[in-house]
Design a binder for this molecule. Structure first.
Ligand SMILES: C[S@@+](CC[C@H](N)C(=O)[O-])C[C@H]1O[C@@H](n2cnc3c(N)ncnc32)[C@H](O)[C@@H]1O
Length: 248
């Protein structure tokens, strides 16, 4: 796999409702990169792999496609995308070089399948308009400084008829289940972080980002406002996570 470090320009503001500071997010993920996959597996009770596979099945990849995985992190989803294709182009982009470097261990490029990891900002991408067949992201949207800019950029770089498909934590609609779930996030998770990782703050970031993030219906509306069509979502594990999909 090839890593190309590119410096992107920051042209976003932090005035939106669902804003998260980019520097803070980069610092959080760079700080936990070494433990990220192990801890995630634990705190999601082993569900995270199943959710990524559900996303992959929703994307329904075809050989020859160009696919962009935004907020690729250690590349868990990117590698599944690569393993699903015999030809095409797969690009993983993440704000944190430490997250990317944690995952990149071996070469996967073949003559027919180009694989590349780049450092970059999902809200300001340096790809040509309409370059990709599919743009995807798993658990990134909750972290971006400007959600509107990120979804607009996803739409911009996908070709007409191409798809934007995202996986993100969501808010269960069933009141009792939602209460239990939010208590887990608010009270138990930061302490689990302390136990597993020695620090509470990255897991407080998880809690705060989830609180600020729109629910499933609001995110669907945001996709529609960004100009995506046929927007729909599918809930996973009683609405703990959701896959949103839209067509350009
Ligand atoms: C929760 S992790 C998810 C990683 C990976 N997609 C997965 O499924 O495990 C979120 C990732 O999004 C990245 N990220 C946050 N804001 C970003 C931005 N504006 N542009 C690109 N990546 C971003 C973080 O650095 C982090 O690696």
């Amino acid at each position: 796999m090839i890593i190309v470090n590119s410096n992107s320009t920051d042209n976003t503001t932090s005035e939106e409702n669902f804003s998260t500071s980019k520097d803070r997010v980069k610092q959080v993920f760079s700080g936990i990169a070494g433990d990220y996959d192990r801890v995630n597996e634990f705190i999601s009770f082993g569900q995270i792999g199943r959710w990524r596979r559900a996303l992959l099945s929703e994307i329904d990849l075809k050989d020859g496609q160009r696919v962009l995985d935004l907020g690729c992190g250690t590349g868990m989803l990117t590698r599944e995308i690569v393993n699903s294709l015999r030809s095409g182009e797969v690009v993983g982009v993440d704000l944190s070089p430490e997250m990317i470097n944690q995952g990149v261990k071996e070469g996967n490029c073949t003559e027919d399948l180009k694989v590349e990891f780049k450092v970059g900002d999902a809200t300001s991408l340096d790809f040509a308009t309409g370059y990709f067949d599919v743009v995807t992201s798993a658990f990134m949207l909750r972290n971006v400084e400007s959600l509107t800019s990120a979804v607009s950029e996803m739409r911009r770089v996908v070709k007409p008829g191409g798809r934007v498909v995202t996986l993100e934590l969501a808010k269960p609609k069933l009141a009792t289940f939602r209460t239990i779930y939010l208590s887990y996030f608010n009270h138990i998770l930061p302490w689990m972080g302390k136990l597993l990782h020695g620090r509470r703050d990255p897991y407080c970031h998880l809690t705060t980002s989830l609180k600020k993030f729109p629910d499933q219906d609001e995110l669907k509306q945001l996709f529609e406002r960004a100009g995506l069509q046929e927007v729909s979502y599918k809930e996973l594990t009683f609405g703990i996570a959701a896959i949103h999909s839209g067509v350009k």
